[in-house]
Design a protein around this ligand. Structure first.
Ligand code: GDP
Length: 195
């Protein structure tokens, strides 16, 4: 049974003190509009599990989805929204940063980047910050259907080359529209969860 197939909504958290105890969890993060919600919906085979919620006031929540066996998928707030009031931005930088730095049960990070604009400054900041924790990162180059085969291969090669100094980072192409790349994500997450 693919690991994401029985996902169900578990809880929404707005403060670190409210984080539920879990055995193991994998977190999804990315710039707003990178395709994170679509990727979660595609992987879980549900159309509205991760609500495509675009209201900046709501973006600071952390959503937990139960995968069974005390394992969870965590939908982190997107970063890089243009129009967000400063107190809201500060709250979510704090929430996100402290979650990523301190969460014991977090086994790995899925970083979603639009394959047409990979490795933006905020993505680098996220990577450098998180790699300091010693945990692995798997990058989904999303919306791969928007690139030709040739462009896909070129982008994958370039992003891998840029990240070659970081052995704990892996990269793949992904398309929610074409539902392509799901098995590769599942293999990585199963590995993180211990097989
Ligand atoms: P989020 O802000 O990172 O959660 O991004 P969304 O999942 O809401 O996606 C942002 C936009 O990109 C939406 O208009 C989606 O329909 C579109 N999108 C997401 N994934 C894909 C994909 O695989 N292919 C294409 N062509 N568009 C996508």
């Amino acid at each position: 049974m693919p690991i994401f197939q029985n996902a169900s909504f578990y809880t929404t958290v707005n403060h670190l003190k409210d984080l539920p105890p879990t055995l193991a969890e994998v977190a999804f993060v990315g710039r707003s509009n990178a395709g994170k919600s679509s990727a979660i919906n595609t992987l879980t085979n549900r159309t509205r599990l991760a609500y495509v919620s675009k209201t900046p006031g709501r973006t600071q929540h952390i959503n937990f989805f139960d995968l069974g066996n005390e394992r969870y998928l965590v939908d982190l707030p997107g970063y890089g929204y243009a129009q967000v009031p400063e107190p809201v931005r500060a709250h979510w930088v704090e929430l996100l940063g402290r979650y990523l730095a301190t969460r014991q049960s977090l086994v790995g990070l899925m970083l979603i980047m639009d394959s047409r604009h990979p490795l933006k400054e905020l993505d680098w900041r996220m990577l450098e910050f998180f790699l300091g924790t010693g945990r692995p990162v798997h990058i989904l180059l999303s919306k791969a259907d928007k690139l030709s085969r040739q462009e896909q291969a070129k982008t994958l090669k370039e992003v891998r080359a840029e990240l070659s100094a970081y052995p704990q980072v892996s990269v793949q192409l992904f398309s929610s529209l074409k539902k392509s790349g799901c098995e590769e994500v599942e293999r990585v997450v199963e590995g993180w969860f211990g097989g």
